[in-house]
Ligand binder design. Structure first.
Ligand SMILES: C[S@@+](CC[C@H](N)C(=O)[O-])C[C@H]1O[C@@H](n2cnc3c(N)ncnc32)[C@H](O)[C@@H]1O
Length: 255
């Protein structure tokens, strides 16, 4: 289900992925000076973080894992000139590459997994002792305005599951055995030209229809018009509208 949704967004994602790019940059910024022999990236999508990795670690082999087959096909084609990247269709919750990695990274992806704690345990097992795991997560405050408005307009179509909270994430990482070396937790308002532009942008990021912004049942035309009008009226900023993104970046180690 999640794989299918992100597959559909593969062609349009990059133009509208400002918060994701900022988070990918934050993830890379916490990675200490090191010379890893190999890197594992989980939830690589269209390769925003992968590209940054190739700039910082030229020629280091990267295993880029994503559960959405079309995302993997799209990125494999887009990154033809980078033979050091192996694009793999698999689930971060269960992926085992046959060996441990000195560096594992993930950005804007693990909040989608079915079981965050099991995923963290699996990543811990994939990390070399002494290795580094840099993680960027979108958290429960993300798109909160939209979520609340949807609940008001069409409660039965609003998803009951939400993104993990900061506390849940910290707990899952600690329970898996990671030691936290650094953490950054932030809430930011991103501006969009208007409510329509905002909804289009998040749709193209592959987040509509999912846990943050929508339910499984699509909104009717009337509900959608009301959503656009109410969002435009209630969340004005600088001639457009704003949306909140709550994120966290963690630098973790296995000691
Ligand atoms: C919002 S994109 C982020 C992509 C990229 N890391 C970035 O920073 O732009 C989230 C990606 O996570 C992938 N994903 C979701 N659940 C996953 C899972 N359980 N295992 C692996 N990838 C997953 C999706 O298919 C999607 O490509």
């Amino acid at each position: 289900m999640i794989g299918q949704r992100f597959s559909a967004a593969a062609e349009t994602y990059d133009r509208h992925a400002r918060p994701q790019l900022a988070l990918a940059q934050s993830v890379l910024s916490v990675v200490p000076e090191m010379y890893p022999e190999q890197i594992l990236e989980l939830g690589s999508g269209t390769g925003q973080l992968t590209r940054l990795l190739t700039e910082r670690f030229p020629e280091v082999p990267i295993d880029a894992v994503d559960v959405a087959e079309k995302m993997v096909l799209h990125s494999r084609a887009a990154f033809k000139r980078f033979p050091q990247i192996k694009w793999i269709v698999d689930d971060a919750q269960t992926y085992w590459g046959g060996d441990r990695y000195p560096l594992i990274v993930s950005s804007s992806a693990l909040h989608w997994v079915a079981d965050l704690r099991a995923t963290c345990e699996n990543i811990f097992q994939s990390l070399e002792p002494g290795g580094t795991f840099a993680l960027g997560m979108m958290l429960s405050g993300t798109l909160i305005e939209l979520h609340e408005l949807r609940q008001e307009i069409a409660p039965e179509k609003t998803p009951s599951i939400s993104l993990p909270t900061y506390e849940e994430t910290v707990e899952a990482l600690e329970a898996a055995g990671f030691r936290t070396e650094r953490k950054k937790h932030s809430e930011e308002q991103i501006l969009y030209d208007g409510a329509k532009a905002f909804l289009k942008a998040i749709h193209e990021q592959g987040v509509t229809g999912g846990r943050v912004s929508a339910g499984n049942a699509p909104l009717s035309r009337t509900e959608l018009s009301r959503l656009v009008a109410d969002y435009q009226e209630n969340h004005v900023a600088d001639g457009g509208v704003y949306a909140t993104y709550e994120t966290a970046t963690f630098l973790l180690s296995r000691n």
